[in-house]
Design a protein around this ligand. Structure first.
Ligand code: AMP
Ligand code: MG
Length: 405
């Protein structure tokens, strides 16, 4: 058996960052910039008011208070999207809305709450300092600044910044296409009623969701029977994608054909027993340079193995810097016992109570008990040598989803 860390290192050593492509900025969420994006103009492009109020000369407001207001003459009204027509002189005020250009001659905005306007006269009841409530041209981003950097992930705020910079297209690392293939004579599609000995293929749907969560593109290739020739044909089709994930057929049974067929196809394969539970059997290799993961068949093993091995590989292909999921520390709600055999991933419901996370195991932990993952979004990680974790003890939890409550 090899360790999780060792298997992951061997996998990641074979994963290269994918090629770049240009996409609509609106489709770039979760992808990685393949080049720096420089601002061609200042943002904001012009000095503008940060508040609704009056543009003034700050010197005019010196000593102003509710008791002794300063009286200014109203010069004009500038809503957002309109230009001031007049230069402001001493003793004058221009009514201005948030986002409207600051008139020439003004050096501050007095907020509307500190004024009273009547009959063309503005009473200012507070002092304003030079520059107050003015957003300067370029105060967000200067012309030429490389505010969006190659290698960084695109979040909603980066999408907004692209728009502010006038970029509707962006060069990113291409979304990998990930082929998903279930194997097993017993499997039927989810819309069919199982006959004797049959079960619905649930792994493909789990994997579609997992791949989508990585912002990669799943390609569901359905079910391959436990038949070498058919498996061969379906894997050949799968090799058109950037990565292949199979489930089932990688353990030691007579009908576990995935390893054999991949090897026949010329794939350089590694077959491991990884020191973890669930998810002990794992196949990994390259088929014409494309990474192939042979995951175990049990529905929980599929998801856990994906999280530990496939997700980091997809993220690396996508150019992401951070590949691991953060571990949090949680207080264990219920005692767990295990043999000192492997690392165990115990499915748990994680709640935030005050400032502390609490983790409760979600019941029976068999690798076929998918409900154990439905009932919680965390995996308690118990090291190989650990045999008992007591209630109240601190444990490390890998968060697959945010804490509930
Ligand atoms: P295997 O690794 O092929 O021996 O499969 C282990 C267990 O997982 C068996 O009980 C299979 O029926 C089950 N299994 C395999 N693939 C799937 C799947 N796609 N959906 C649901 N169960 C599966
Ligand atoms: Mg099988």
């Amino acid at each position: 058996m090899i360790t999780i860390e060792h298997a992951l290192t061997l996998i990641l050593n074979n994963i290269k960052v994918g090629p770049s492509t240009v996409v609509d900025a609106c489709d770039a969420l979760g992808l990685v910039f393949a080049e720096d994006a420089r601002a061609r103009n200042n943002i904001p492009p012009f000095d503008n008011s940060a508040m609704d109020g009056y543009a003034v000369r700050s010197a005019d407001t010196r000593g102003a208070s509710p008791r002794s207001p300063v009286i200014l003459q109203l010069l004009e009204d500038v809503p957002a999207g309109h230009l001031p027509k007049k230069t402001l002189g001493l003793g004058w005020a221009t009514k201005i809305m948030t986002g409207a250009p600051v008139p020439r001659g003004a050096d501050a905005i007095i907020i509307v709450e500190d004024t009273e306007e009547k009959d063309g006269v503005v009473r200012c009841c507070a002092e304003v300092k030079r520059g107050e409530n003015i957003r300067r041209s370029g105060e967000d981003v200067r012309k030429g600044e490389a505010v969006l950097r190659k290698g960084n992930s695109i979040r909603p705020q980066e999408m907004g910044m692209l728009a502010a910079m006038g970029r509707t297209r962006v060069r990113v690392i291409r979304r990998p296409r990930v082929a998903i293939l279930a194997t097993g004579d017993e499997l039927i599609p989810p819309d069919r009623i199982p006959g004797p000995g049959q079960v619905r293929n649930c792994n493909n749907h789990s994997l579609v969701g997992l791949v989508k969560k990585c912002n990669a593109e799943p390609v569901d290739l359905g079910i391959a029977p436990d038949d070498s020739a058919k498996l061969h044909a379906q894997l050949r089709e799968a090799a058109a994608c950037d990565m292949i994930i199979t489930s089932g057929g990688v353990s030691v049974g007579e009908h576990d054909l995935v390893k054999k067929v991949l090897a026949e196809m010329g794939a350089k394969m590694k077959f491991w027993q990884v020191c973890m539970k669930p998810g002990k059997p794992l196949a990994f290799g390259l088929i014409r340079g494309k990474p192939v993961f042979g995951l175990p068949g049990n529905p929980v093993s599929v998801i856990v193995s994906f999280e530990i091995f496939v997700r980091p590989a997809i993220l690396r292909m996508m150019g992401k810097k951070r590949l691991d999921r953060p571990l949090i520390t949680a207080i264990l709600e219920k005692r767990i016992e295990k043999p000192a055999d492997r690392v165990h991933f115990i499915r748990a419901k994680v709640c935030l109570k005050g400032t502390r996370y609490h983790a409760s195991p979600t019941g029976p932990q068999g690798s076929g008990i998918l409900k154990s993952l439905v009932m919680g979004g965390g995996l308690i990680v118990l090291p190989k040598a650990k045999t008992v974790a007591k209630a109240g003890e601190k444990v490390a939890v890998m968060m697959l989803d945010p804490a509930e409550e």
